[in-house]
Each structure stands twice: as C-alpha cells, then as structure tokens.
Ligand binder design. Sequence first.
Ligand SMILES: Nc1ncnc2c1ncn2[C@@H]1O[C@H](COP(=O)(O)OP(=O)(O)OP(=O)(O)O)[C@@H](O)[C@H]1O
Ligand SMILES: [Mg+2]
Length: 405
Amino acid sequence: MVSRASDILEMIFERATSSSIFINREVLRPDYIPDELPHREEQIARLGSILAPALQGARPSNVFIYGLTGTGKTAVTKFVLKKLKQKALQLGVNVISCYVNVRQDDTTYRVILRLSECLGLRLPFTGLSTAEAYRRFIEALDAKSAIFISVLDEIDFLVRKQGDELLYRLTRGNEELAHSKITVVGITNDIKLVENLDPRVRSSLGEVEIVFPPYNAVQLEDILRQRAKLAFRPGVLGEGVIQLCAALAAREHGDARRALDLLRVAGEIAEREGSSKVLLEHVYKARMEIERDRVSEVVQTLPLHGKLILYSILSITRGQGSATTGEVYNYYRALCRRLGIESVTQRRASDIISELDMLGVINARIVSRGRYGKTRIISLAAPYEAIEAALLEDPRIRLLALPRH
Ligand SMILES: Nc1ncnc2c1ncn2[C@@H]1O[C@H](COP(=O)(O)OP(=O)(O)OP(=O)(O)O)[C@@H](O)[C@H]1O
Ligand SMILES: [Mg+2]
C-alpha cells in the first residue's frame, strides 16, 4: 500500500514538474506582456508619438483609450510605457510613469496612495482626508521636477464607485504644479462611460482618444501563433487547434484574452488526459470549462434574491425556452413563500433582471405588447447545466430543488 501511495505521488510530482505539452504555460496568462503585439502597430505608434514629448521635458497630451475587453489596451499601454522608460533612462530625462489598475484600487484615496508610491512617497492607509492626501501627492510630485505619466486602467470602476472627481483634478493638476508636469492616460472598455463622463472631464482627458477595434479571426490566429511558439512543445498542437480557438473568440467580439484562455485550458485538459497532442475536442471541452467557471463566479456573488430570480428564470425557460418578467416575478414570489422570506418589489425584481442581463447570464429583450404595454422576453445566455450547477452550490437553492411532497 505504502509503496503504491508513494508511486502515485511520485507520478503526480513528476507530471507537475515536467510537461509533455507545455514549455512555458505562463506566456498564455493574461498578465504576461509579450515583446511583440501583432496588429497593434498603429495604436503603439500613436500612443508612442503622443507620449514622446516627455523625452524632451514637455507635457504629453492626456489620452483616453477605449475599446472592448481583450483588445490589447493594457498590453499596448504597458509595452509603450516600458519602452518610454528605457529611452528616458538612456537620455537622462526625468520621466516617471505610474500604472494603477483602479479595479483593484477602487477608491479615490487608494489611487492617490498608489500614485504617491510611484514617487516614493508612502502615505498612511487611513487617517488622512482625501484632500490632504492629494495635497501631499502634488507637493511631492512638484519636488521631483519630473514629467509624471499616470495611467489609470479600468477607470469605469472608479468612476462608477466614486465619480469622476479625481480624474477631473488630475487632468487639471498642472495648474497646481510649478516644476513638474502631469499627464493622465485613462483606459476603459465601457463605451457607455465615455458618454456619461462629465463633459469637462471628457474634454480634458480626451485631448487625444485612441480606439482599439476588436480583432478578427485572422488577427487572433497571428496572436495565438506567436504565443504558442513560446508556450508549447514543438508539434503538440493538432491540426486546426489555433484556428478553432481564434474562430470561437472572434465570434464573441474578438477578445484576445478569451482566445488565449481557450488555448491554455485546452492544453491543460490535454495534459490532464495524458494526451500527447492538443486536439479540437480539447478546445471544445475548454470552452465548456471556461463557461462553467465564468457562470459560477457570477452566480456566487449574487445576493439571495438574485439567485432566486435566476432560479425562477431557469425553471420557466426549461419548459418553454423563454419567460416574461411577469411570469418570473410570480414564480419568484412562490419561491419566497416556500422559503418563508419576504419578496422584493416587482420594481426591484426588474432591476435584478437587468443586472443579470448585464452580467451575461441571461438575455432580456424588451418587446412591446401593444396596449398591454411593454414586457421583457428573457432567455438564458449560458448553458442550462452551467447555471444550474452554480445555483445548486447554494444550500438554500438546493432546498428548493428538492422534490415537493
Ligand atoms: N496584439 C496582441 N498581440 C499579442 N497579445 C495580445 C495582443 N492583444 C492582446 N493580447 C493579449 O491578450 C490578452 C488581453 O489583452 P489586454 O489585457 O491588453 O486587453 P484589454 O484591452 O486591456 O482588456 P480589458 O478591457 O478587459 O482590460 C493579454 O494576455 C494580452 O497580452
Ligand atoms: Mg485591460
């Protein structure tokens, strides 16, 4: 027994340390920054030429970058910053760049904290007012006599939570600086945000705008091929695997992250199954696995009433394919009665349905029913099994799923 157990372990460890599929799977992860970014030459040149004046001590224009998710905004920006920093070092000019992802640091205070860190200034985590923190940041910046390029990535998270006050102040920061200059690069994938920004912020942030269009299938193939060379052992990718990953991702709005995820997970599945090659079937399995993870992540974060409404939609659409808002609300109220809890109002339920739509687990389409007003026709936007499995992770939902007597 003992020797069998250690044999098994030996095999597991051996497998974990040597892969017959990958040379380096890390290069397929989303945070890896490749040295080559095919099909983004135009955006790289554009951003590079906007920021280049910094090398002569002049303030570059503020830049507003937008485009759908996975179109290379973060990768291109980090790449250009890295090169700019190298050049500045060579030339001996004082350029400081600071990248902050405001999805991770999603309060005004924390963003100021991060920006200060880039100057070597450590502010306390609490205890200062935002205004005081900002004042100290500006003071430290001015003392540097530098060109400060601040990149705020995923700004929609900050703006939604805290408004656009900080963006406004930073874009006007130069009025408070005597020796340094500040440039703001704002990045978002939320096109709606662009329209909703305060026009003053929009005009000062968007001195220059760069749009990142989605990739098409052929472009995604190039991106995948270049990364696959570094990631996989020669010859392990089966016929058509790259094309399939690219085609599937192109169908969903040309997202390079999705394409790379598919390729990585397909490789991992092939490895797990002990296959010596990555085949088309592994890509299809990968798609299912990714979808299941995505749905499970979304569903887990839903409050109970969100889950109950989703469960109602699931139950009704199972029989008839789609559901109306009214049907869902009635079903949901019955579930609440069974659980002995109070239901939310129809209006709130309607908001929850919109949120589920935004999260991509359902589709809710508004249709007019003549003099009966408008209703929404709701259908699932993810596989039934994936949603069901995710909901059943909640014990309260499991209770409802038990057959009634
Ligand atoms: N042209 C490209 N060449 C090589 N890799 C790319 C290219 N464009 C994107 N990628 C890769 O695709 C993934 C997603 O890109 P990135 O993170 O830059 O997207 P994004 O536009 O910032 O998306 P989001 O809006 O979701 O933040 C990364 O792993 C990135 O390296
Ligand atoms: Mg990004």
